[in-house]
Design a protein around this ligand. Structure first.
Ligand code: NAP
Length: 247
């Protein structure tokens, strides 16, 4: 069985590691190419866009793919729409890993917004120190609010992506635990955290730390993704695909 996994997430990595060595399976991982040096995975990896839903459908046919797995990030909405459309067009069964969102707990001071632009506005006009963890591709919008001090954490170098007068750039890849996040936010004098509602455990530490410190969190709601057969994590996807392989 030939499986194509659309990745760029911890779930995709866990799935390829789980599937990679199984007999009878030929697994290919697909990455968008946003990360200069992606973690090495034990299966063949292709990098770059397919050319929309039509391009993905062509790829599925050309490589005789039997199963398509959408293990992309909750905020990668376009590739998920393309995956659903390409699967429908080619008849290749699609399984999605849809990581559950974080749910507001007692003590959380969340300000929920729908877009990054709204998260900029939600910071208000008074200058404050902002912990920005929305990803390098999204930070440019915050140049419209240069009155704030920013601590910006990204995986890739920030470069000139965010021209504001006072910025501290941190390069790091999760997971990040609550204790370390609490220390970071306290020592940096953070007044507000901005994040996407990514869900999962790997980056939940900042949400828990903000709760402990009594800080507000501007949290961007998820974009819509198509309703397709899905599971919540890599383990469940592994079970589902192994069942299919055996069957
Ligand atoms: P997106 O807006 O949904 O996709 C934009 C385009 O990038 C797609 O139309 C597709 O190009 C290409 N693409 C996306 N994921 C791909 C994949 N796995 N393999 C091949 N091509 C892919 O996606 P995005 O938000 O830019 O995210 C890009 C990648 O980063 C995804 O793999 C995602 O899992 C990962 N990621 C995203 C975020 C986030 O916050 N958005 C966070 C962490 C990781 P074509 O139309 O030409 O095929």
């Amino acid at each position: 069985m030939r499986i194509l996994i659309l990745g760029g997430t911890g779930e995709a990595s866990a799935l390829v590691r789980g599937l990679g060595s199984r007999a009878g399976l030929s697994v290919t991982l697909s990455l968008a190419g946003r990360t200069a040096a992606p973690a090495r995975e034990p299966v063949p990896t292709r990098i770059g866009g397919f050319g929309g839903a039509e391009g993905l459908a062509r790829y599925l046919r050309a490589h005789a793919i039997d199963r398509l797995v959408d293990a992309t990030h909750p905020f990668a909405a376009r590739i998920s729409r393309n995956a659903a459309a390409a699967a429908a067009e080619t008849g290749v069964p699609l399984l999605a890993i849809r990581r559950p969102p974080w749910i507001r707990q007692a003590g959380d001071a969340w300000i929920e917004v729908d877009t990054i632009a709204q998260s900029v506005d939600a910071l208000g006009v008074d200058p404050k120190t902002v912990f920005l963890t929305v990803g390098r591709m999204e930070v440019a919008a915050f140049a419209n609010a240069p009155q704030h001090d920013y601590v910006v954490r990204t995986i890739e170098p920030l470069g000139e992506a965010m021209p504001v007068p006072r910025l501290t750039a941190i390069r790091a890849r999760g997971p990040f635990d609550e204790a370390a996040e609490t220390v970071l936010m306290r020592e940096a004098g953070i007044a507000v955290l901005v994040t996407k509602n990514a869900g999962g455990n790997a980056t939940y530490g900042k949400i828990a730390a903000a709760r402990v410190l009594g800080l507000p969190v501007v949290i961007v709601r998820r974009p819509w993704k198509p309703d397709v057969p899905s599971v919540a994590d890599a383990e469940a996807a592994l079970d589902r695909l192994s069942g299919t392989a055996r069957g």
